[in-house]
Write a protein that binds this ligand. Structure first.
Ligand code: 0A1
Ligand code: ZN
Length: 883
């Protein structure tokens, strides 16, 4: 009965325009899963009903991938082999009634599932990952998000090895069976798409708590982990309760089941997954404890716990009609988790971090071969679309709508959305319609943000007329062509701005006879628009795109003096930071030019003076100060060029760090010492800010690699009572030019943390991000380390991902060995874990902006990968890269 599957044909694209409602609904599914390493048996009983919106007589077509079919019965009768077909991942039953029950029994092999989609094993536990299309690897089903079904799941397993058996909803029955087996049955009262199904079986322990919702219901909260991680759950639990309260207060959203569970697993392709009532987390996004995790990890846990929890409404109660609408749930939920983190921590720093990430990584995606709109109109493999564009740019688009509506009306619009579409599978249009209805604004031009790929560029120029007392601001917008989209139309871009007068205060704005206060939002809708401000007595400095009010590149020909002025006086905290970044970019670009012209290097004194002012100023927000002291990353600098000179950028940035440290040694040292905390570690905002500032200063000092600083760093490494400080010191020692400095600390650290995979991930990462030329050898050596495995995504990211993404000079080595190593790994991962392979290869696809010798070497490796029998994931990316 095991239909033979022919070799898959070349993967085909799926188009949004071809969307059709499902031919059948599934009113109910009963799953009966008997867990076994290699022969898990899944019996599914589907209650199917024809969709009367579709034509009569359509066959039943179910998805199913890699399933061994053992039994199939329709309305209680076994089907003859001629009555159905299982081919190319589809099970087709040609003649079926309008309403019927279908029973299938299949066998699957979780222990050999290295793709980590569907049911798989992670360490000793069973777990699932069904988004986007993993459920079809568990049983036959219409695996699409617009089919919402009530699930009942019976799980049975060996009681000793798998005492804990979890699924969505509430447990309704449990019992013991023969042969040392037992079972638990779960029932989820909420109809859901199958991508939100989850199941876990393992020898787990839980941290438990409760939460009382705004209407007074008590919800049980459980975080399930392997016993050795029980001490690392407190922060996630705190974050969960904070998320639940925040969503009630901010969006009026209450939790809806009696129990909410989180499970931590070590092998996971992404960060976490919002399965109804049973979130499954990459352990890196849920476990945190001061001795072993850094402040950044604590904040990541808080953000991801929030993100997954918020999906309960934005994603689960209201889900997506099809995968083209992915940003409907992801963009909105990222916007929600960003706002949550901003409320829990330093809001300006959160905005700075998010924008810095968007402007480097998302802008690079938008400028490369895999650029796509926030709502794509076709794809080959949906797994390739869990991108920064869908998530982060999608969040910016929601943020712009929130800005356009204002706080109150945005809340009304989200209330309307949740109420109107509760229990439905919605589209981006549905969401925007709620915004339009509440605000009575016209969003038709705004919708282009969803359809057009590429980062718009605004070129701004100003003209002050002293006689007329006017300031004319001209804004020109242009969105560059992206693959498949040659011509772009003008977008509706909200530009929040002010004019800063010579005394450093915002001037009153008078536009078209209207008094607008000291800050306003300009609505740029045309390719070019001029705004004339009246009654301007002296030439102002424009502060544009405050708070980063739109995801665009803004060019304005600021002088260095103007930038230093904005750094000191802009009333908008974000723009103060951005002015500093612009000043630093100018200085670094100047160094790049000197390097390319083989001239002696000299750092712009204006940057040194601006930094001196920061170090000696009265800035009370230490978190923001730390951000302001940080130079733009190499990745961000690369974004400023059409043709990237990786080596010159690295050299310029290193030189600037050292020059700043030389010039401002005493200031950095003083600030380092002032911010030495006494008292117990806590991952709370003030302390995080202090550590961030202190370690930023230490980083500058270590650029000198002088004896005193080395001693200071060694002392911090030896005496730190928390991982943030210890790892900061270890990284500086391991990245020192002198390789001996890192050797002993690395050995000791590796030895004492060998039992903790999350810490070991850090240990692997910080060795291969070393900027010196020996990094590639180090990488090869570490790939042979017994603790390295290509089967664990966190390890792969920690080692290969970190090298490729954060060690640009070494990945782009002139001998091409970095490219070759990446291609080798990708080829192997193509067989093991296509999703990870397709993500990892991305830097190799960005060859167009490199110099020509590098282009050729990168393309040669892409061609080499193309020779393989590729998964759809990798196929799609490689074809785009070589198109
Ligand atoms: N919805 C999850 C992301 C996610 C997507 C795919 C996964 O496995 C292939 C896992 C998680 C989120 O946004 O958190
Ligand atoms: Zn999400």
């Amino acid at each position: 009965m095991n239909a033979i599957q022919p070799e898959a044909a070349q993967p085909q694209a799926i188009y949004l325009k071809d969307y059709q409602a499902p031919a059948f609904w599934v009113d109910q599914v009963k799953l009966d899963v008997a867990l076994d390493d290699h022969q898990t048996r899944v019996i599914s009983t589907l209650s199917l009903r024809r969709n009367d919106q579709r034509e009569a007589g359509l066959p039943l077509v179910l998805n199913g991938q890699g399933l061994t079919l053992k039994r199939i019965e329709l309305a209680g009768q076994p089907l003859a082999e001629t009555d159905y077909q299982y081919q190319e991942d589809l099970l087709t039953v040609a003649r079926v009634p309008d309403q019927f029950t279908l029973v299938t029994e299949v066998e699957i092999d979780p222990a050999n599932n290295t793709a980590l989609e569907g049911l798989y094993k992670s360490n000793t536990m069973f777990c699932t990952q069904c988004e986007a299309e993993g459920f079809r690897r568990i049983t036959f089903f219409p695996d699409r998000p617009d089919v919402l079904t009530r699930f009942t799941t019976r799980i049975e397993a060996d009681q000793q090895r798998f005492p804990i058996l979890l699924s969505n909803g509430n447990p309704i029955e449990r019992g013991e069976l023969d042969n040392g087996r037992h079972f638990v049955t779960w029932e989820d009262p909420f109809p859901k798409p199958c991508y939100l199904f989850a199941l876990v079986g393992g020898n787990l322990q839980a941290v438990k708590d409760t939460f009382t919702t705004m209407s007074g219901r008590e919800v049980a909260l459980e975080i399930w982990v392997e016993p050795e991680n029980l001490h690392k759950c407190d922060h996630a639990m705190r974050s969960l309760k904070a998320s639940m309260r925040w969503d009630e207060q901010t969006y009026g959203r209450e939790y809806d089941l009696d129990i909410f569970m989180i499970v931590a697993v070590n092998d996971f392709n992404m960060g976490a997954m919002e399965n109804k009532g049973l979130n499954i987390f990459n352990s890196a996004c849920v476990l945190a404890e001061p001795k072993s995790e850094t402040d950044a990890a604590f904040q990541r846990v808080e953000g991801v716990v929030g993100h997954e929890y918020f999906h309960n409404w934005s994603g689960n109660r209201v889900t997506c009609r099809d995968w083209f609408q992915l940003s409907l749930k992801e963009g909105f939920t990222v916007y929600r988790d960003q706002s949550f983190s901003a409320d829990m921590n330093s809001a300006p720093v959160k905005r700075i971090e998010d924008v810095a990430m968007l402007r480097t990584a998302q802008f690079a995606e938008d400028a490369g071969p895999t650029a796509h709109p926030v709502r794509p109109d076709h794809y080959i493999e949906i797994n390739n679309f869990y991108t920064l564009t869908i998530y982060e740019k999608g969040a910016e688009v929601v943020r712009m709508m929130a800005e356009l509506l204002g706080r109150e009306r945005f809340r009304q619009a989200t209330d309307l959305y949740f109420e109107r579409h509760d229990g439905e599978a919605a589209t981006v249009e549905d969401f925007v319609a709620c915004m339009a209805e509440v605000s009575e604004l016209d969003f038709s031009q705004f919708m282009r943000w969803y359809h057009q790929a590429g980062t718009p560029k605004i070129e701004a120029s100003g003209h002050f007329d002293a006689d007329a007392r006017t300031y004319q601001l001209t804004l020109r917008q242009h969105t560059p062509a992206t693959p498949g989209q040659a011509d772009k139309l003008p977008l509706h871009i909200p530009v929040r701005m002010g004019l800063v007068g010579p005394n450093g205060h915002d001037l009153p704005l008078e536009l078209n006879g209207e008094q607008l206060g000291t800050e306003t939002v300009l609505h740029l809708r045309e390719a070019e628009q001029t705004f004339t401000f009246h009654n301007i007595a002296a030439e102002p400095v424009p502060s544009l795109l405050r708070g980063f009010s739109a995801p665009v590149k803004l060019a304005f020909d600021y002088s260095r003096e103007q930038l230093a002025f904005l750094m000191a006086h802009d009333s908008d905290g974000f723009n103060r930071w951005d002015a500093g970044q612009r000043l630093a970019v100018l200085a670094l670009q100047h160094l790049v030019n000197q390097i390319q012209a083989n001239e002696p290097l000299q750092l712009d004194p204006a940057l040194i003076e601006a930094t001196r002012t920061l170090l000696n100023g009265e800035m009370t927000d230490k978190a923001v100060l730390a951000e302001m002291l940080r130079l733009p990353s190499e990745a961000y600098l690369a974004e400023q060029y059409e043709q990237v000179d990786v080596d010159a950028i690295h050299k310029a940035r290193s030189f600037a760090r050292k020059a700043l440290a030389d010039a401002l040694y005493d200031d950095f040292l003083r600030l380092y010492k002032v911010n030495q905390r006494v008292g117990d570690y806590a991952p709370e905002a003030n302390q995080i800010a202090e550590r961030s500032l202190k370690n930023t200063c230490l980083g500058y000092l270590m650029a000198r690699e002088d004896e005193a600083t080395i001693a200071l760093t060694q002392e911090q490494f030896n005496c730190a009572d928390n991982m943030t400080d210890q790892r900061a010191a270890l990284t500086l020692l391991a990245h020192a030019e002198d390789p001996r400095l890192g050797a002993e600390p690395l050995r000791r650290f590796g030895e004492s943390w060998a039992h903790d995979p999350l810490v070991m991930d850090q240990w692997f990462s910080l060795q291969v991000t070393r900027p010196q030329a020996d990094a590639l050898d180090r990488l090869k050596m570490l790939m042979a380390h017994p603790a390295f495995s290509l089967k664990n995504p966190n390890r792969v990211r920690a080692l290969i991902g970190a090298f490729v993404g954060q060690n640009r000079v070494n990945f782009h080595r002139q001998d091409g060995q970095g490219y070759q190593l990446l291609a080798d790994v990708v080829i192997e991962l193509n067989r093991l874990n296509p999703q990870i392979a397709a993500r990892l290869v991305i830097p190799l696809t960005r060859w167009k902006r490199m110099t020509s010798e590098r282009q050729d070497m990168m393309k040669a490796q892409l061609e080499r990968i193309r020779q393989e029998s590729l998964s759809p994931d990798l196929f799609e990316i490689i074809e785009k890269a070589l198109a």
